[in-house]
Design a protein around this ligand. Structure first.
Ligand SMILES: [Ca+2]
Length: 274
C-alpha cells in the first residue's frame, strides 16, 4: 500500500484545500485537449473521355479556352521558343505571336478583352488583344511568373511555384493579397498552371502528375487528383511533365489536361478514386 509520511499528507491536503478555495486548479479543471479539425480532402482520379492531337513542340505553360469563341489559347515557354497562340481543339492553328528570344513565357489567362502572358524570370508580363493577339502593353511583374487564371470580376490569381498564390487586380496585375495553400494542415508548394472556376482554383503541382482543387477564400485543398493514369507520350525529359488544365466551356465538369511537349491532349472528368 502507499504510505504517506505526515509531512506529505499536510502538503497534499494543502493542495486540495487551495484548489477548493480558488475553485480553479489547472490540473483538475483543464478541459481535455481538442484535436484541430481539418477539412476532409477528397481523392479523385481523371476519367479520360477523349484524346486530341497536340503540338509536341509546345513547351506548354498556359492553357485556357477563349471565353467568347471557345477556341483554345496556349502559352509556351523556353527562351527562343516562347509564344502565345490560338487553335481549335481539332488542331487548326488560327493565330500566333512569338516572344523575343530573351523571354521565357509562362501562364496565360483571358480577362475581358485582353490576354495576359506571364514570364518566368524576365520581370514583366505582357497583355494582348484577346481578338487579334496584337500586343498591347508590357507591365512590370514583381516575382517569378508561373500560372495565372481569371477569378471573380476584377481579379486574377497567380502562382510562383511556392505555396502562396497572389490575388491581383485584373487590368494591371497590382497585388491585392496572398493566399497560403494548405492540405491537411501542411503548406503545399509547387503550385503551377492554374484554372479558376466557381470560387475554386485548380492547380497542377510541379513536377508531379497531381492536381489540387483549392478553396479560393481559405486556401484549403478540398480535393487531390492523382492524374498519373493520363499517358505522358512526350520524349523522355525531366521537363516534359503534366502542365495545363482548362475547363471546357459548356461542358460542366469536363477539363482538358496537357503537358510540356505532350503530343496529345486529353479531355477528362474527375471521379472519386476507388
Ligand atoms: Ca489554365
Amino acid at each position: 500500500m502507499t504510505f504517506y509520511a505526515p509531512q506529505r499528507m499536510i502538503a497534499v491536503c494543502s493542495i486540495i484545500a487551495a484548489c477548493g478555495i480558488l475553485s480553479s486548479c489547472a490540473l483538475i479543471k483543464q478541459p481535455p485537449q481538442q484535436k484541430e479539425v481539418l477539412p476532409e480532402v477528397s481523392r479523385l482520379v481523371p476519367e479520360i473521355l477523349d484524346v486530341y492531337s497536340f503540338d509536341p513542340n509546345s513547351f506548354t505553360q498556359g492553357l485556357e479556352f477563349d471565353k467568347k469563341d471557345h477556341t483554345l489559347i496556349v502559352g509556351t515557354g523556353m527562351q527562343g521558343e516562347s509564344r502565345l497562340y490560338r487553335r481549335t481543339l481539332s488542331g487548326t492553328e488560327l493565330q500566333s505571336v512569338s516572344n523575343t528570344p530573351e523571354i521565357f513565357g509562362e501562364g496565360i489567362t483571358q480577362v475581358r478583352d485582353i490576354i495576359w502572358q506571364l514570364t518566368w524570370k524576365n520581370g514583366v508580363a505582357f497583355s494582348y488583344d484577346a481578338n487579334t493577339l496584337a500586343p498591347i502593353a508590357t507591365v512590370p511583374y514583381d516575382r517569378e511568373g508561373w500560372g495565372i487564371c481569371a477569378a471573380e470580376p476584377g481579379q486574377v490569381i497567380t502562382s510562383d511555384g511556392s505555396a502562396k498564390l497572389q490575388v491581383r487586380e485584373d487590368l494591371n496585375l497590382n497585388p491585392i493579397k496572398e493566399i497560403t495553400v494548405h492540405r491537411e494542415g501542411q503548406e503545399i508548394s509547387g503550385l503551377n498552371e492554374l484554372e479558376c472556376l466557381d470560387g475554386l482554383i485548380y492547380a497542377n503541382i510541379f513536377p508531379t502528375s497531381e492536381i489540387v482543387i483549392i478553396n479560393q477564400e481559405t486556401g484549403e485543398v478540398r480535393a487531390t487528383i492523382d492524374a498519373s493514369n493520363i499517358p505522358n507520350n512526350a520524349p523522355p525529359d525531366i521537363n516534359n511533365v503534366l502542365n495545363g488544365i482548362a475547363a471546357v466551356p459548356g461542358e460542366s465538369g469536363n477539363f482538358l489536361i496537357a503537358g510540356k511537349r505532350w503530343p496529345d491532349i486529353y479531355k477528362v472528368r474527375f471521379r472519386p478514386a476507388d
